[in-house]
Design a protein. Structure first.
Length: 215
């Protein structure tokens, strides 16, 4: 008769399963991985993963939720360490974003480069992704409130995010040159974005040339 599993046993197996799934999903794509393959790598019976997750999509949702939570925790830690210094906080959030992406490329790809089928079925994924996205935009919102940046905080958030994500994806795909290196390109991109956010919306929009006879 198989022994009953403790809570620690269950959590340990789930963690192993998610680690194996993250690696395989990132390398082979979700469609290229089967539940049997996951079981074989874990050294368990083909039915064992089904005791923990309904299907492969549920495993993907759990992998992504765990990655978003680790990402959000890193951002929250950066925010705590720079509390009271908005400029340092903004820089720390950007640096933390880059460090997480480069240090966890498999997790990062699954977080942002895959669409989750029926995400409403996975409330933990919705919660974790919302938590991470809130942290990404919170620092910019505070900079706008303080008058350090000028513009719509949500729009600025998308611009900064799109820039960082694009740089990370190009780098992970080996599409950026060695000279200048990734960090040099990233710092210059952030310098330009910060400079624009400081003055962009405050500058008056260019006026159309007046026609003859108009006041």
């Amino acid at each position: 008769m198989p022994r009953s599993l403790s809570k620690d046993d269950v959590e340990a197996f789930r963690a192993r399963l998610l680690a194996v799934a993250q690696k395989r999903f990132a390398k082979q794509g979700v469609d290229g991985v089967s539940m049997r393959q996951l079981a074989d790598e874990l050294g368990c019976s083909p039915m064992t993963p089904y005791r923990y997750f309904r299907n492969k999509e549920a495993i993907l949702a759990a992998v992504r939720a765990a990655a978003f939570d680790r990402f959000a925790s890193a951002l929250e830690d950066a925010a705590r360490k720079t509390e009271g210094d908005l400029r340092a906080g903004g820089q720390a959030m950007g640096e933390t974003y880059i460090r997480f992406a480069l240090g966890n490329p498999d997790a990062y790809r699954l977080m942002f480069d895959l669409a989750q089928p029926h995400p409403d079925r996975y409330p933990d994924l919705v919660r974790a992704s919302t938590r991470a996205r809130h942290m990404m935009s919170a620092a910019l919102g505070k900079l706008v409130e303080a008058g350090i940046f000028v513009g719509d905080a949500q729009l600025l958030g998308y611009v900064f995010w799109a820039t960082m994500h694009g740089l990370v994806v190009l780098h992970l795909a080996g599409k950026l040159p060695d000279t200048p290196d990734f960090r040099t390109i990233q710092r210059e991109a952030m310098r330009l974005l910060v400079a624009g956010a400081r003055v962009g919306a405050a500058a008056p929009a260019p006026r159309a040339p007046r026609r003859k006879g108009t006041p």
